[in-house]
Design a protein around this ligand. Structure first.
Ligand code: MG
Length: 292
């Protein structure tokens, strides 16, 4: 199909060359943060600028999931199937309980408001890792314009069991998307500030990071949000779609999307559907790879 650009022959094993890219939903101003909720067989995503979250399922199509959404951005699902959401307006990471109640997990570091949590991932031990760039406090377009109360844009690790919040990376300009390798020995973090690249860092059992190195730089930029498949390949947003990188950072191929792409996630019954948020729309494509 003409939405596929095969750079390395290995890419052919990860995609279906006869499956189309489908537009499932539209009407967003800046679609971000897709997450598949297995218990509901649906994908939810944020329209950060419209202060709304959308939901799409095979059965119901596109419906409003939450409005207002506190200018939500990145979403993920924890091991219990609960939705975990970054919120700009309330400078917090929240969790949606099975009964639909939304609870705050964390909104401050040492008594100071977080900036505007952008993207989040939950490790198998239940800890919540998230990035906190200032996009949601710089203008009122995506949140609330106000000065930062922190002295940097950090990557945080939060433990809901102990309420312990700690900085795990302090040398990013604007940390953004993040994802663990399948065995959680590596954490990938995008920097959408000046470097516009993606770094890989080793994860120690005690939850610290080390050996920070540049992993890849997509062209056109940028790696905003991304997900990892079971083989360790990284499926990253780029200016023109989703670029797929090997665990070594080699570009394998591209899924070209007709809108500027912000993020993606695996979903569907077998985690072999890639959902893509791109500017105004939600797209999907069936792939041969399986999401973690
Ligand atoms: Mg992001």
């Amino acid at each position: 199909m003409n939405h596929l650009e095969i750079v390395d022959p290995a890419f052919r094993k990860l995609v279906h060359e006869d499956r189309p890219l489908q537009k499932l939903a539209s009407g967003s101003l800046w679609a971000e943060g897709p997450a598949w909720i297995p218990g509901q067989q649906c994908v939810v995503w944020s329209d950060t600028r419209s202060n709304r979250m959308w939901r799409w399922s095979e059965a119901d199509g596109q419906t409003v999931f939450r409005e207002p959404s506190n200018n939500s951005n990145g979403n993920t699902v924890d091991r219990q199937g609960r939705l975990v959401t970054c919120e700009h307006r309330t400078h917090r990471v929240s969790r949606t309980e099975p009964d639909g109640t939304v609870v705050a997990l964390v909104d401050a570091y040492k008594g100071r408001k977080l900036n505007s949590p952008n993207d989040v991932v939950v490790k198998s031990d239940g800890t919540v890792w998230f990035t906190d760039p200032p996009y949601g406090i710089e203008t009122s377009r995506e949140g609330v314009q106000r000065p930062s109360e922190l002295d940097g844009n950090y990557v945080f690790r939060f433990d809901p069991a102990t309420n312990d919040l700690r900085i795990v990376a302090n040398d990013f300009d604007r940390p953004n998307g993040l994802a663990f390798s399948p065995d959680e020995s590596v954490l990938y973090i995008a920097d959408t500030g000046a470097p516009k690249h993606m770094r890989a860092l080793d994860v120690s059992p005690d939850g610290t990071l080390s050996n920070s190195r540049v992993f890849a730089k997509v062209d056109p930029p940028a790696s905003d949000g991304f997900r990892v498949d079971t083989e360790g390949n990284v499926w990253s947003s780029a200016g023109n779609g989703v670029h797929v990188l090997s665990p070594e950072g080699t570009l394998l191929g591209k899924i070209l999307v007709p809108e500027r792409t912000a993020n993606c996630c695996f979903g569907g019954p077998s985690k072999q559907t890639l959902f893509i948020t791109a500017s105004t729309s939600l797209y999907s494509v069936e792939v041969a790879a399986t999401g973690v």
